[in-house]
Design a protein around this ligand. Structure first.
Ligand code: NAI
Length: 420
């Protein structure tokens, strides 16, 4: 086992801290009146430096923080070590942990009896509901930061097993307008470029799913001078992609000409055997959705005569006719699990994690009022994060005049005319 470079972990944290101004302001704000004082809070997320700053800020809010990874390949052991040396922080995670060890880390976190969970893909929440229902009574609530997790929580609620409230932080404007669009777009493409050392300009890039992530991927690939095709199953999203100037096709059609394929749907087997069979020699297949299920790598293994790692993080599958298809990061999140991947840029995670923290503080404070189920983050909480962000950028905005506010609140024709 290679030795962990804790000094590198400290440096990564320092760099992220310096580029997360909302968190710096929150830490200063919490100094005199820590809103999570004495509460054991569990964090389950991609464990790299920005998450580290998020964890530190929760500790500054007074929480005892226990943390673990939401995906074994995205954990950075140096950052985990640099967090574990800080008072009040306890982490259980290791990069590359197998399924048994990964589950063991989650169970170790639950052993601390967390009263609040800040989750990614509802990984820890599902684990608690399934394996430690004895902890449900003390659980105040959870905040969820990804699309897949919100869907899982809604399924849990529909099944009647959700005995606690959860804020769908993923759906808050301060999160998904920026993180899913810009964060996923920039970090996924730059990691594909870095891992392959190949050009985007002039290539046919196929983006599966034109949701928030897909939009960012498609726009940014176009910005890198690629010819972009979008595949969709939802008619309005397909139309939107068309009117935004992208070619829209089925995956079967796009499989014939695509050079780079990026999936961002959250669904399994979006690229499957029937598509893989049609692809050109040398294509690159990458996934940006949460689970490594969007590219059917089992079907690809069945089709292939051999697999070998041709560059770090790139597996080349050789088909019987000699064509080679390249899969990045074993079909896991390309922006987090590829070698050297660092996830979203710091500024975007500053917003996402600040929204998580402010939502958690709100839910803890209003725990008596908020019923079990999945809820939107209150608009005032989301706006407050935007205000801090704008302050940090030195950007001012106009305010509605008294007359404008009255006009917006009016509905009677005479009231509206009277305002004219
Ligand atoms: P979204 O719900 O806005 O978009 C998903 C889109 O995929 C929808 O338009 C849907 O119609 C489409 N779709 C579903 N099945 C499809 C299929 N078989 N073929 C083509 N299109 C299909 O979701 P969002 O926010 O874009 O998230 C997508 C995935 O990315 C989720 O798994 C989410 O958890 C993950 N995610 C990953 C991030 C990262 O860092 N890589 C960051 C944020 C989210």
């Amino acid at each position: 086992m290679t030795e962990v470079d804790i000094e590198l972990g400290r440096k990564k944290l320092a760099w992220a801290r310096a580029h997360m101004p909302i968190h710096a302001r929150l830490r200063a704000r919490f100094h005199d009146n820590p809103p999570l004082a004495g509460i054991t809070v569990a964090v389950c997320s991609h464990l790299e430096a920005k998450t580290g700053v998020f964890i530190e800020t929760l500790a500054a809010a007074g929480a005892n923080v226990v943390f673990t990874g939401s995906e074994p390949q995205s954990t950075q052991d140096d950052v985990v070590a640099a967090l574990n040396e800080q008072p009040g922080l306890t982490g259980y995670a290791r990069r590359g942990a197998d399924e048994t060890a990964f589950k063991g880390f989650h169970m170790a976190v639950l052993e601390h009896g967390p009263r609040f969970i800040l989750d990614d893909a509802a990984e820890l929440t599902a684990r608690l509901v399934h394996h430690r229902p004895d902890l449900l009574g003390a659980l105040i609530g959870t905040c969820e930061q990804t699309t897949t997790g919100v869907r899982r929580l809604q399924a849990m609620h529909a099944e009647g097993v959700m005995a606690f409230p959860s804020y769908a932080v993923n759906d808050a404007p301060m999160k998904h307008y920026f993180d899913n669009v810009h964060g996923t777009g920039e970090s996924t493409l730059s990691n594909i470029a870095q891992a392959t050392n190949l050009l985007f300009a002039g290539k046919h890039v196929v983006v599966a799913g034109y949701g928030y992530c897909g939009r960012g991927l498609a726009e940014k690939a176009r910005g890198w001078n690629a010819q972009v095709t979008v595949t969709e199953v939802e008619p309005r999203r397909a139309l939107e992609a068309h009117m935004n100037g992208f070619r829209v096709a089925t995956m079967a059609e796009a499989a014939e000409y695509g050079d780079v394929f990026v999936t961002a749907t959250g669904n399994p087997e979006v690229i499957r055997g029937e598509h893989l069979e049609r692809m050109k020699d040398g294509v690159v297949l990458a996934n940006a959705g949460h689970f490594n299920i969007e590219i059917d790598t089992s079907a690809l293994a069945d089709l292939a005569q051999g697999v070998r790692e041709v560059r770090p993080g790139i597996d080349e599958y050789r088909l019987a006719d000699g064509r080679c298809l390249n899969v990045l990061a074993q079909g896991r999140l390309a922006n987090l699990a590829a070698p050297g991947a660092m996830g979203h840029p710091a500024e975007v995670m500053d917003q996402t994690f600040a929204t998580q923290i402010m939502a958690a503080v709100d839910l803890v404070g209003r725990r008596a009022e908020v019923p079990a189920g999945v809820h939107s983050v209150p608009d005032a909480v989301d706006r407050a994060v935007a205000v801090i962000k704008l302050e940090s950028l030195g950007i001012s905005l106009d305010r509605l005049t008294h007359r404008q506010s009255r006009f917006e609140a009016a509905w009677r024709i005479e009231d509206i005319r009277g305002q004219e």
